[in-house]
Design a protein. Structure first.
Length: 269
């Protein structure tokens, strides 16, 4: 059994060991972990660094989310401004058309006033020359007034029906024309959709190999194209198609296929 001196020496040794560990825990660097009987204990500097890293990373994540929300808001704002500008353009077109119609009405009114003035002058002159001439002039005046009234009514009707400010008489065909671009020349044609989608087609003459230039070039060669022979030749072989560029393709024909014209169709962006 250990004597008192040995026991005191053991206590002092343990205290020195624990003191060294406490010193390391308090004064160690921010990467050190001190092993103890109950597990590893990080130094004070390491604990502060870990807390600092958690706070910084949380702030960075929050700032990233805020920036994403800001970008979405800016995009929404830009899209809203674009819709507003398109609406203002349509409004401007309607206003211009209404002003032109009003001008037509004013011109008709001016014609009517000129006829009325000339008529009154003629009546005064005829009254001096005699009752018979007055009767004849009055008949002519009545016809002119009726014609002027008819013109004024037609102008008024044109003014009221040519365009409605609520756009109720803008038809589907009008909107279609505004949205789509199309082209037709003989058997060659194309149509461009609002999102940039292109459809086009046509015919080419018979040949063993023929290059087709599209009336509307695509943006790249990722388009779809088909071609077929026109006729009833019994010796038809499948033709091959090479997409040589965004604006051209080449059709290769073999056998009876080479003697027949080709109908083709292509679509893509």
């Amino acid at each position: 059994m250990a004597n008192m001196e040995e026991r005191l020496q053991a206590v002092v040794s343990q205290a020195e060991t624990d003191g060294a560990k406490w010193h390391t825990i308090i004064h160690g660097n921010n990467t050190t972990t001190v092993p103890t009987e109950n597990g590893n204990v990080p130094t004070v500097a390491k604990q502060m660094k870990d807390v600092h890293d958690e706070v910084v990373n949380g702030v960075i994540d929050y700032m990233t989310e805020c920036q994403t929300a800001r970008d979405v808001a800016i995009q929404t704002k830009n899209e809203t401004i674009a819709v507003k500008n398109e609406t203002n353009t349509i409004k401007g077109d309607v206003t211009t058309l209404r002003n032109e119609t009003e001008s037509l009405k004013n011109q008709s009114q001016t014609v009517f006033n000129n006829i009325a003035t000339a008529t009154n002058s003629a009546v005064q002159t005829v009254q001096i020359e005699g009752a018979t001439q007055v009767t004849n002039v009055q008949s002519a005046v009545a016809e002119q007034v009726a014609e002027a009234t008819s013109q004024a009514n037609r102008a008024e009707q044109a003014t009221s029906t040519k365009v409605n400010t609520d756009l109720s008489n803008i038809t589907k065909d009008t909107i279609f024309t505004k949205m789509f671009t199309k082209y037709v020349s003989g058997k060659t044609w194309y149509r461009v959709w609002p999102d940039g989608w292109i459809e086009q087609g046509g015919e080419v003459s018979a040949s063993g190999q023929i290059t087709v230039t599209f009336p509307k070039a695509f943006s790249n060669t990722n388009y779809t194209v088909v071609a077929t022979s026109i006729g009833t030749n019994g010796e038809i072989y499948a033709q091959c198609i090479q997409r040589t560029s965004a604006s051209q393709m080449t059709i290769y024909n073999r056998g009876g296929s080479a003697s027949l014209a080709k109908s083709w169709y292509a679509c893509g962006y």
